[in-house]
Design a protein around this ligand. Structure first.
Ligand SMILES: [Zn+2]
Length: 212
């Protein structure tokens, strides 16, 4: 099995996987990302992948997970959809990463100033975008029940919905995936909630919403 040159993933716990991501984001925000010879890693990983984390993030062009967590090829199983929604296909991808590739941690990663969340706040309905936004509506309703009928013009509200949306997507994963629920209960994996700030580059893990 492929071993990362810096990590022994088979012995890694879900919390240690989270610590690796936190350390990587610290490097990113300090502009001291590791120098990697990517072609070297291409060669190391050509027959096997063994990503230690699966990240359900937004497709937003500013939230590339490998970059913001300072990871190389083969490190992160990256599932990206607008609004970091736990669609059936996203959940299937997370199951694949954890059950068959040995990932120790799922991170559901929302971000500030998210366009999909803004569209959901404004109840946009066009095309297939509306299909995406249906997954974010529970978070909008939840936050509007607290704050009243605010919309995307209130950026603080948008970010609160984005934060809530992460929790709702985690709940959807647990409700729908027996495989991941069992892996969590037997402590083979953890599921972490996190938000990325597009203005600072910082990822903040929400430990109260994370499950280990
Ligand atoms: Zn987004």
């Amino acid at each position: 099995m492929y071993k990362h040159p810096l990590l022994d993933r088979d012995k890694m716990t879900p919390r240690e996987a989270m610590d690796v991501l936190i350390d990587g984001n610290q490097r990113f925000t300090k502009s001291i990302s590791l120098h990697r010879d990517f072609l070297d890693i291409v060669d190391i990983t050509k027959n096997q992948q063994h990503p230690f984390a699966a990240i359900l993030g937004c497709s937003d062009s500013r939230t590339a997970t490998e970059i913001i967590f300072d990871q190389g090829l083969g490190d992160i199983f990256s599932v990206r959809l607008a609004g970091n929604i736990a669609s059936q296909f996203a959940i299937g991808s997370l199951e694949f990463s954890c059950k068959y590739l040995g990932s120790k941690l799922i991170v559901v990663l929302g971000h500030s100033n998210c366009g999909a969340v803004k569209a959901a706040c404004d109840h946009f309905t066009g095309g297939y975008i509306g299909e995406i936004l249906k997954h974010i509506e529970p978070a909008v309703k939840h936050e509007q029940a607290i704050a009243g009928s605010l919309d995307s013009s209130d950026l603080a509200f948008v970010d609160r919905v984005g934060h809530s949306n992460v929790a709702f997507q985690i709940q959807t994963i647990l409700d729908k995936s027996e495989i991941l629920r069992n892996m969590l209960e037997t402590k083979q994996i953890g599921i972490a909630a996190a938000m990325y700030d597009v203005s600072s580059g910082l990822v903040t893990f929400d430990h109260s919403q994370s499950l280990f």
